[in-house]
Design a protein around this ligand. Structure first.
Ligand code: GLA
Length: 721
């Protein structure tokens, strides 16, 4: 029908659109009536049985309770819907040949019975000269009010309120309102003082800072009242010192006084604090807006509560003096800056220094800023979305399991009857699954390591209960094979062996590494004791290739090879041995657990140059990676557990600068084709292993890019600058 009219209107040239809009707002005969719900939406304390109906005969009603818009594919309404919790019910009515109805939405809030409103007293608490008739009332209809006047908490056994309560003396009135089926109200407390009150005494001169001693006079406006006072901070009573003549105050004192007159209520206590002495100190300046991170530039205003004081400030980190820039107009801040300010007034001591740190910048994913792969070690807990570390994972495009792929974490806890036994991949898989879903790569750490490997792996029929070399090799091969069969090409880089070199420029001693011990048991000596490293690389290459991992890159990693010296020399000797024996090694990983003060960036640069120059017999040069970077704020031999604020802040600034210098150097190496990945060992300071290193118990260290609250540190801001 509407269509026909419109057609005709088009023919006769009337504005059809306007007409259509007008028509459509009236009830549309071609449209199904909107369904109705009974009871309607509202707040209920019990389960509701909701009936849906529709005025259009023969229409079918469909509904949803998940906030989605209902369609003819939603649930068909047949019988009352039971709503037991807070629910949004949406319904549509449909009849063929007609337009679908509008969608009805009804929100049901089902909750515990409410709480009775707190009773109110009228007149309110206060001091009244004459007796008062106090009325109690409660906004919850039907609630009964019970009260006490003895200070006790009222209950339903207290006096039931029926008519106004006459109060003619000092009384504390407490009342509660109660209604069955609801929670009792909060307790109302009103204190009434009836009778004449004496005026509070006044002191002259008033509280304040005075250079010289003061004679303080006390007075009271109520004639005939006696004043009693204390100067020891105690509340005065009529047993305190009676005021007779001016009190001489020549040091910092808190003076308290009351006025007393018989037949009247005592006055309130007056308190006056006098500071006598050398000129006071100017108030510390304040900055507005508050220090913090802002996306856009800010105009920072400085102010000082001491009238007439002048403010001087610096933005270069230096302590301000009266020779620094005088503050006149708001300071425009458009980068990361620390404002330090003092306030100065002649005849007074300079204020304390205010420090306000502003960061103007946008948090961007760290890895987008650097050309090399930028990664972090993550514990399996980080992959739980409710963990604070989770939101930070996006800063990295490569992740390594902090512990979860170490031999001990995946291999059977006790010796299996047949190798390899049952491996536990649960925690390691969390990382791999996250990486796959989030366009992130995985680095594998570690296949062969003297540490964090189950003891049975090294036990057997050899000397002193150790495994023989054959037993060990069988287990190493089995382990390496098992890991590659599991992760195939999903883990693109593996630390094949870690920390096989000792600290003093020889192989890690047998006392510290079972690998070395077993090599020595087998009669190997000198450089040949590194045979297990060679074997590990050969097996890793073989099983990578056999399991879709021809692209997988194999690394030898260690600590303290970033600086020249005996350990680095021995590491180089090992690399030469591996190359001479055609080990399929692709690169060297510098752990880089460094400190704020050590080593020089140039040392690390030289180390990268040294190992990137190593060439395999097939002509391929070794790649380098930084695999476990962190920067302690404690020097290596420092055993203290905490740092003072000022030391920490200075070192945090140094740390930020050093992180940036390092990354800039890494970028140069990347551009020269000598380095392709940098990983930090952990996400936030609170979870760094360094909090539990070098000291007995825990210490508070700050080695990473995010702080204990998961907020970016200066080091992060330097890296994204
Ligand atoms: C070494 C290891 C890492 C890790 C750190 C400390 O560097 O290679 O796996 O254990 O120590 O957390």
């Amino acid at each position: 029908m509407l269509k026909i009219i419109l057609k005709q209107l088009k023919v006769i040239g009337v504005l059809p659109v306007l007409f259509f809009l007008a028509c459509n707002s009236a009830t549309d005969p071609g449209k199904v009536a909107t369904p109705a719900a009974k009871p309607g939406q509202g707040t209920y304390t019990a389960v509701q049985s909701v009936t849906l109906s529709c005025d259009t005969e023969g229409a079918a009603i469909y509904y949803t309770i998940d906030k989605t818009t209902p369609t003819s594919s939603s649930t068909l309404y047949a019988s009352p819907i039971s709503i037991a919790k807070t629910t949004t019910l949406k319904a549509i009515a449909i009849k063929s040949g007609m337009d679908d109805s509008d969608v009805m939405t009804a929100v049901y809030t089902i909750g515990p019975p409410g709480k009775v409103a707190t009773p109110a007293a009228s007149p309110d608490s206060g001091i009244y000269e004459l007796a008062q008739n106090v009325t109690l009332s409660c906004d919850t209809e039907g609630a009964a009010i019970y009260y006490t006047i003895d200070g006790k908490t009222p209950t339903s056994s207290s006096t039931l309120y029926a008519s106004p309560i006459t109060i003619d003396q000092k009384i504390t009135l407490k009342a509660i309102a109660i209604k069955s089926g609801m929670d009792d109200s909060d307790v109302m407390t009103a204190v009434y003082t009836i009778g004449k009150i004496i005026a509070t005494p006044a002191a002259s001169p008033d509280s304040g800072i005075y250079e010289l001693a003061q004679n303080v006079t006390l007075s009271c406006d109520t004639e005939g009242a006696a004043i009693y006072y204390t100067i020891d901070g105690k509340t005065p009573t009529s047993s305190s010192t009676l005021y007779a003549s001016p009190i001489t105050i020549d040091q910092k004192i808190t003076l308290k006084a009351i006025a007393v007159k018989s037949g009247m209520n005592n006055s309130d206590v007056m308190t006056a604090v006098y500071t006598i002495g050398p000129p006071g100190k100017v108030a510390t300046p304040a900055a507005s807006p508050d220090p913090g991170i802002y996306e856009l530039a800010q105009e920072v205003t400085l102010s000082c509560d001491t009238e007439g004081a002048e403010i001087y400030y610096t933005i270069d980190g230096k302590t301000p003096t009266s020779s620094s820039s005088p503050y006149t107009d708001p300071i425009n801040i458009d980068q990361r800056i620390t404002i330090k300010a003092i306030a100065v007034k002649s005849g007074m001591t300079n204020s304390d220094v205010m420090t306000a740190k502003y960061t103007i910048g946008k948090i961007i994913d760290l890895h987008t800023k650097w050309p090399f792969m930028t990664g972090a070690a993550a514990p399996s807990e980080a992959f739980n979305t409710s963990n604070g570390q989770y939101a930070l994972l996006k800063h990295f495009n490569v992740l390594v399991a902090e512990n979860e792929m170490k031999p001990q974490s995946i291999m059977p806890a006790s010796k299996p009857t047949t190798l390899p036994g049952t491996y536990n991949w649960t925690n390691a898989d969390k990382l791999v699954d996250y990486a796959k879903a989030n366009n992130t790569e995985v680095r594998g750490h570690v296949l062969v390591w003297h540490n964090q490997t189950t003891p049975w792996f090294f036990n057997g029929s050899g000397k002193d209960g150790r495994a023989t070399k054959d037993e060990l090799y069988e287990r190493m091969e089995s382990h390496i094979k098992t890991v590659f069969e599991k992760y195939k090409g999903d883990v693109l880089w593996w630390d094949v062996c870690n920390e096989v070199v000792g600290d003093d420029g020889a192989i890690r001693p047998a006392s510290s590494s079972k690998y070395t011990a077993i090599m020595e048991d087998s009669g190997l000596t000198g450089i040949d004791r590194y045979e297990f490293v060679l074997k590990a690389f050969e097996w890793a290459r073989q099983y990578a290739n056999e399991n879709e991992g021809t692209d997988v890159k194999l690394y030898l990693t260690d600590y303290s090879i970033e600086t020249s010296g005996a350990k680095q020399n021995e590491f180089a000797r090992l690399i030469d041995y591996l190359i001479a024996n055609n080990a399929p090694i692709d690169g060297v990983g510098f752990q880089c657990h460094i400190q704020y003060s050590w080593p020089e960036v140039s040392q690390i640069s030289s180390a990268i140059e040294k190992f990137a120059a190593k060439q395999r017999s097939d002509g391929k040069k070794l790649m380098t990676q930084v695999t476990e970077l962190d920067m302690s704020l404690f020097a290596y031999d420092d055993k203290s557990k905490t740092l003072s604020d000022s030391v920490r802040n200075t070192r945090l600034t140094t740390q930020a600068t050093r992180y940036r210098q390092l990354f800039d150097m890494f970028k140069q190496k990347y551009e020269a084709g000598k380095l392709d990945m940098v990983l930090v060992w952990g996400i936030d300071d609170g979870h760094s292993w360094l909090n539990n290193w070098q000291v007995d118990g825990l210490r508070t260290d700050y080695p990473l890019l995010f702080d204990r609250n998961y907020a970016p540190k200066d080091a992060y801001w330097e890296l994204v600058k």
